[in-house]
Structures are given as C-alpha cells and as structure tokens.
Design a protein around this ligand. Structure first.
Ligand SMILES: Cc1ncc(COP(=O)(O)O)c(C=O)c1O
Length: 442
C-alpha cells in the first residue's frame, strides 16, 4: 500500500535506516545481476561519503515524492535526472498514456506514422524560435544530440564540432566525443570518436566576453575547409556543476557561427521546457540553428527531439531509398501522447514562470542563510560545497532526512537542486531547513 497521498506534496517520512531491510535485499539482487562497474561505482562514492554502501530502491513516485521499498517517503530534488519537471506521474500525463495505450501502443515509425506522432511533431515545430521548423524525434538526449550533429555535418559538409570543458551531452559515440565533463568517459573509446571534435575552455559568469569567445574564434583561423561545422553548447552547464557563462556568450557564439558558416546547436535537454524559467533558455539571448530537448519532454517516458530551422533541416535532402536516420521506436505513440500532455501541463500550470519565481526564492533563501555559494537559473540550482567529500556527505545526510539530491561537477564539488517545477513551498522550506541542519548552520 503506497503512503504517497493524492498529490505528491508530502514532507519526508523516513522510518527505517536507509536503505531498510527490504532495500538491502533488493540491492543484493542488484549486485548479482547488474554490470559490476555500476555497483562498484556506488560503493566508491559511498566510501567517500563515509556512509553505508547501499542505495535506496524506488518503488513508487508521485508529484515531488518518491517512496522506497521500505515505505520511506522522500522529496525528490533531482526530478529523476531532471525528467519529472511536471512531477512524477502527473495525472494528466498518466491519463494521456492510459488513453493512448487503449488505442495504439506501437506504430510503424516513419513508414506508416501514427496520428499522435504527427500531432507531436506539429507542436514541437511550433516551439522553436523559427518561422518554419522541422523536427527529428528520438528516445534519449543522446539521440537528439546525435541527430543535431548529423544535421550539422550534412548542412556544412564539415565534420569538426566545438564543445566545452564541463559540457555533458550523453554518452553515445557522437556526443561522447564532445563530453568535456570528463575525459574518463571518452578515454576507453577514444579511437572510435570523431577526431575533429574540439573541447574548449568554459568561461565563468565573470569572464570578459572577448576572453570567453577567444578560444572559439581561434578555431576559425585556418583554411575554411578546416573550420568546425558546428558549436554544441548548453546554455547553462547542468551536470558540469550549474555553470553559467557570461551574458552575451551564446549571442557571441551565434555571431561567430554565422560569420564562418557553422551551425549553433543548443543542448537544452536539461535547461529547456521550463526548468530555467523559460520554454527555451537559449532563445532569450539568441537564435540557435538546432535545439535539442529531452528529459522532461516525455514526463517519464523516453522521448527527445532535435528541433531545427527548416532550411537547415532541408540538408537531409529528399528521401531516396533507405531512411538515413531512423529508429524502431522513434515517435513511439505512448511517448508522443505523454509528451503532448507534458507540453499542455507546462503551459496550463505556467511552470516556466513558477520555476523562475520559486527558483529565485530558493536561491535567495540559500544565500541569506549563508549555506554556500549558490548559482541558479530558475529551478536549476547549484550550491558550491568546496569538495567531493563534503558534497557526498551532504547527499547522504539529506537522504537520511528524506531529501534526494545529486552531486554535480566533474569534481563533485557542487550540490545540485533540480526539483519538480511544481514542488510545494513547504517542501522547498523543508529542504532548506534540512540543508541547514546537515551543514550545521542554524
Ligand atoms: C545537457 C544534457 N544533454 C544530454 C544529456 C544526455 O541525455 P540522455 O542521458 O537521455 O542520453 C544529458 C543528460 O544528463 C544532459 O544533461
């Protein structure tokens, strides 16, 4: 019997050690079945935090709440990696999935498309900043970035791409080449990755704009045939530690791309769909050629999209023979129905505006309590802790108090707060109080 009331706006209730006895049994089963590297990684992290090695095991979730197999109730300040922006199991998303499941669960992709997939494509094409747009659907963030990288290669005929230190775009081979977040992810596969990828320094908010853009400008110095064909950028680096570039950086990249016939790809997989207080964060400052979205889009089902200006997307040409880019489950009817519901909820509940005001409140409160250096854009909030040990210890203490948070930054020196956009004020207040207690700040 779930303890998660009707709305998912509960404060935490942790009544067993975390994990409890049932959780430990599940984790034993996990260790017997999972690829060993994952289990070992958790063990290392737990050792670094000086805490027991086992994770909690999720059993159900609703709104901002998660219940584990031991019946403990948590408040989710991760949104499940940024996915549950409208909350876990939003009733309208569940209704849309249920209704679609009673009609059509699987279609025939781009051979015989489904009505719901076409409706989603129309809705997404209208989301971008362009007069006319086209869309490629995918299942993961990686898929969306792959589609964007392929589009850029076709449009420019140039294989080079610029990414940034600290940037994270997924781990399929295309985006992996630009994984500035950690060389460790790239190293074992280096020989298989795009040799024309370049990872450049990421500026801070305080970096002078010319200094921030200098290394990018440098890449366009040689013979034009050698110039990169695209720049791939997160408007704010999420996993990299909520790192905000100086104002004007995206617009500056846009200008350099335009001058040199390269495409600007905005990776809004985390920052988009309301998270940072706007439907799309990049378009506040500039107009990218391609925009990748994912995570929140499917409300928990795997749906992503690469949106592009129509003339750029036309570089895929007219279809002759085989489809150049397709996937069995791309445009999956259930995912499409869920995504349409999510887009409806985001609009009806005005969640971008709520993220903007509540995120501001959260950041102001954290700062005024002296809980550390805070970086925030809407409901993407990062708290500098100083080092990994401190972050991981806070993650553990908060878990024991019933708040789920994740470390961020390649060196895990940041605590990332990414709650559902409709998290209640009471839950936010509870988290701030718990954080204060965990840090020993009254
Ligand atoms: C900005 C950004 N891009 C891409 C991805 C990759 O998405 P996925 O894990 O769905 O492939 C992530 C995932 O964290 C992300 O934060």
């Amino acid at each position: 019997m779930s303890r998660l009331g009707p709305r998912g706006d509960l404060l935490p209730s942790v009544t067993t050690p975390v994990p409890g006895a049932r959780g430990r049994d599940w984790v034993d089963a996990l260790a017997r079945s999972e690829c060993p590297a994952f289990t070992a990684r958790r063990k290392r992290r737990a050792e670094a935090s000086g805490a027991p090695t086992d994770p909690i095991v999720w059993a159900s979730a609703l709104g901002a709440n998660v219940e584990d197999v031991d019946g403990n109730v948590f408040v989710d300040f991760t949104s499940g990696f940024g996915v549950a922006a409208v909350g876990h199991r939003h009733p309208l998303v569940v209704a849309a999935i249920t209704s679609q499941a009673n009609k059509l669960i699987h279609g025939l992709g781009d051979v015989y498309p489904s009505d719901v997939k076409i409706t989603l494509l129309e809705r997404l094409a209208a989301l971008g900043p362009w007069r006319e747009a086209r869309v490629i659907l995918g299942l993961s963030g990686s898929d969306a970035v792959e589609a964007a990288l392929k589009t850029a290669a076709l449009a420019t005929g140039r294989p080079g791409v610029i990414g940034f230190e600290g940037g994270y775009h997924g781990l399929a081979h295309g985006p992996l080449a630009l994984c500035g977040y950690s060389e460790g992810f790239r190293r074992p596969f280096a020989a298989q990755l795009n040799p024309h990828a370049r990872i450049l320094p990421w500026p801070t908010e305080a970096t002078a704009l010319e200094d921030a853009l200098g290394p990018v400008r440098e890449q366009f110095r040689g013979h034009p045939s050698e110039w990169p064909g695209a720049v791939l950028v997160e408007p704010v680096q999420g996993r990299g530690g909520v790192r905000i570039p100086p104002r004007g950086f995206l617009a500056g990249l846009r200008e350099l791309c335009t001058q040199h016939g390269a495409l600007l790809i905005a990776d809004e997989i985390l920052t988009g769909l309301g998270r940072c207080g706007a439907w799309l964060l990049s378009t506040r400052e500039t107009e990218p050629d391609l925009i990748c979205i994912g995570k929140a889009l499917g409300g928990g089902l795997p749906v992503s999209a690469c949106l592009g200006e129509a003339s750029v997307m036309a570089s895929w040409g007219a279809p002759e023979g085989e489809a150049l880019h397709t996937g069995t489950f791309f445009g999956h009817p259930l995912g499409a129905a869920a995504a349409l519901a999510v887009l409806g909820v985001l609009a009806d509940e005005d969640l971008a505006a709520i993220a903007s005001s509540r995120g501001e409140q959260l950041a102001t409160e954290l700062r005024s309590r002296g809980l550390g250096r805070v970086r925030a854009v809407g409901m993407l909030v990062g708290l500098e802790t100083g080092d990994a040990k401190r972050t991981l210890s806070l993650v553990r203490k908060l878990l024991e108090m019933g708040y789920l948070v994740l470390p961020a930054g390649a060196d895990a020196s940041v605590l990332q707060l990414v709650p559902p956009l409709n998290v209640s004020e009471q839950q936010v207040d509870g988290m701030i109080a718990a954080l204060g207690a965990a840090m020993g700040v009254p």
